[in-house]
Design a protein around this ligand. Sequence first.
Ligand code: ADP
Ligand code: GLC
Length: 485
Amino acid sequence: MQIVFAASECVPFAKTGGLADVVGALPRELVKLGHNVTVYLPLYSRVRPLLESEPRNAVRSITIPFRYYNRFVAVVDGGMREGVQFYFVDCPELFDRPELYGPSGGEYSDNAERFGLFCRAVLEATKLLGVPDVFHVHDWQAALIPVYLRTVYAADPAFHRSGVVLGIHNAAYQGKFPPQTTEQLLFPWDIFTMDEVEQYDRFNFLKGGIVFSDMLTTVSRRYAEEIQTPEFGEQLEGVLHKRAADLRGILNGVDYAHWDPAIDRNLAAHYTPDNLEGKKVCRADLLHAFGLKEVEESTPVIGIVSRFATQKGFDMLSLIAEDLMHRNVAVTVLGSGEPIYENFFRDWAFRHPANVAVRVGYDDALSHKIEAGADIFLMPSRYEPSGLNQMYSLKYGTVPVVRATGGLEDTIEEWDAAKETGTGFKFHGFDPRDLLAAIDRALTAFKDKEDWTRLMRNGMARNYAWAVPAREYAEVYEKVARKRA
Ligand code: ADP
Ligand code: GLC
């Protein structure tokens, strides 16, 4: 089958979170299954240095009409990488910027135009470069593809047989804009109703995608259920519930070519379940990188790598931060995002310089060092559609402590010392005392070296390779293609 991916992030070109890891890995796996996959991305300024010095234009100019003017985009050929074709939508006035979405966790004021243009450009480009059997479009930034396809382009014979699947990685990010967006992006006003793109008087990209796609996917079974409830649906639970029959929860995979301590090039030493010696070297290297010189061998190191967003539950952590300092632990943190959390972590590190260290920023190599060098990995998320870091942690023998939600609930099994089963520690409520209790269970287990090694090995033996989810996605595409045939 011919499949086109459209997304706003993809490793190695542009990443702010797990979406990039997924869009970087799933297409390759689909190619292994015999499918033909093309990925479309915006050409952000950070992408340019990663392309050839004089990249070829696959399409020189496409006209994208707006209400009072036209914009002209080129499609840059990013070439084939491991069997996957990459194309970049080049519109310097909209994408040649330092950030993907906006300055320090904020939004550029023209994001509706930026991603509206991206969606339309992808459709136009495929007419010249290959119309797929199925479009798989990801998150709100690509969610207008199904809306254009089934409204403005409904009569276009080029797309009569194309199916479209919306992948929802996070229902909280919806792309909500003023009603006038409808005519700015040249949609007919009659789609601005509560059954289509309107939501509380806003033009809602994600809702449009949910309504107009043939099928919907999300990134864990649990989250597929959760988003149909008011607690997690972010006010889209009604429309998601209506489409429940077409919604699949497929747990994300792990790209073990990039996330495996036996081969990871970012590490000071390599290790495997049979020989864990290298992990000690990685731990020392991590403590060195964070300037934590006095941490003793008996002190467990907690690692955090995260976007600093309310989703990630650090407000709960802030309430137990001082209590935690009465235990024997060290903490290494890497992340960036909302100032309130950056300040909390900086302040925590300032007050406990011997035990807590934070690096505010984005640093891929350091994120791997934390996965390898920490003993415990902390993810107290309020909600977590899939989560990748807990699965990376399992592979690196770094025991996850997580809140039981979404993909965290689906992937982590509570350690049972009597049976020697389980892979980590989970807590359920929103009570910070439950978080502290889960950390305490981990600290207790850490004291028994044999138990701890068993627990590490249980996690390292779990396999979340993309091969399984890729087959599930292929089934979704086949179903959609059959519907359209
Ligand atoms: P989300 O997509 O909600 O941020 P995931 O767990 O799915 O959460 O994926 C996060 C990805 O982003 C992981 O690959 C993680 O290592 C990476 N990441 C997050 N913050 C940083 C950072 N500050 N520096 C480097 N990598 C980061
Ligand atoms: C989102 C979610 C995260 C998921 C990622 C990739 O950013 O927050 O849980 O793993 O998308 O699907």
